[in-house]
Design a protein around this ligand. Structure first.
Ligand SMILES: [Cu+2]
Length: 282
């Protein structure tokens, strides 16, 4: 993989590393593109192909946008899907963004089970990820990619995973969390800043992960609003990793901050109420 080094590329990736979904427990079957389309505003729902939804569709809220569509296969212990473009043909050429041609993010609809993986594409355009989804119930998969010649795009597809459909409440808002022995502190006063500590000391040798000091995914709990989250600077060693939030969003979000240290990727999760817009929260 060719490392990417310019801030421009970092920003381009961050713009697509944005996911969103609404929470709709008890909504019955959630599988299939229609389930997602039905959650969109009425005007968008009448356009199941999404061909005209580009101006209004929230990235990550629909299986089709900007002339592209995501067709996902039923979950059978792994994920497989295709991105189709003009004429319904599978897209097979993608730009490498942040070291990968496509980033796949999977989350259960109660915001648990976050995974960020990089599937491999067959010659015919079928992407496959040997992914284990440990809990039953509705999940959502997000593909973020830039098809060669196209714009950065995020498409979403719902999956129904067999098994007990127990769901838990979203953890309460907090400004620090512990993951894998690291304490990660969240500051949302000016954008989103995450500080990584270990054994009571700031970590200053964070390793680049996919070409940046960290990655941040924000998911709205209650509606399909979403945030653009951009790293403010290229890879730094830490301990602070800063993200600029584009716009502002009320309501509850789950943040997923991924960083690499000690040769492993760690994911710190936070529940926040309101993000961006210069507001101080928590
Ligand atoms: Cu990725």
């Amino acid at each position: 993989m060719k490392p990417l080094s310019t801030p421009v590329r970092l920003g381009a990736f961050a713009a697509v590393l944005v996911v969103v979904f609404g929470v709709a427990f008890g909504a019955g079957r959630l599988v299939g593109p229609d389930a997602i389309a039905d959650e969109r505003p009425a005007d968008a729902a009448h356009d199941p192909a999404g061909q005209h939804g580009g101006d209004h569709a929230v990235p990550g809220s629909a299986p089709a946008a900007d002339g592209y569509a995501m067709a996902i296969d039923p979950y059978t212990g792994g994920l497989s899907f295709r991105i189709t473009g003009a004429g319904g043909r599978a897209v097979t050429r993608f730009d490498t963004v942040h070291e990968k041609p496509l980033h796949l993010i999977v989350v259960r609809r109660d915001l648990s089970g976050f995974q960020h993986v990089h599937p491999m594409m067959d010659a015919d355009g079928t992407w496959r990820a040997p992914l284990t989804l440990p809990d039953g119930g509705p999940w959502r998969a997000y593909a973020d990619f830039t098809a060669t010649g196209g714009a950065a795009t995020v498409l979403a597809a719902d999956l129904d995973v067999p098994g007990p459909r127990t769901t838990g409440p979203l953890p309460a808002p907090a400004t620090s969390t512990v993951v894998d022995g690291y304490t990660v502190r969240l500051d949302t006063h000016d954008g989103v800043t995450l500080r990584v500590e270990r054994d009571g000391r700031p970590v200053t040798d964070l390793q680049p992960y996919l070409g940046a000091a960290g990655h941040l995914v924000a998911i709205a709990q209650q509606d399909l609003a979403y945030l653009h989250v951009h790293p403010k600077e290229p890879a730094t060693g830490g301990p602070d990793v800063r993200f600029a939030v584009e716009g502002a969003a009320e309501g509850t979000h789950r943040l997923y901050f991924q960083f690499q240290h000690g040769g492993a990727v760690h994911t710190a999760e936070f529940t926040v109420t309101g993000v961006g817009g210069g507001h101080a929260h928590n």
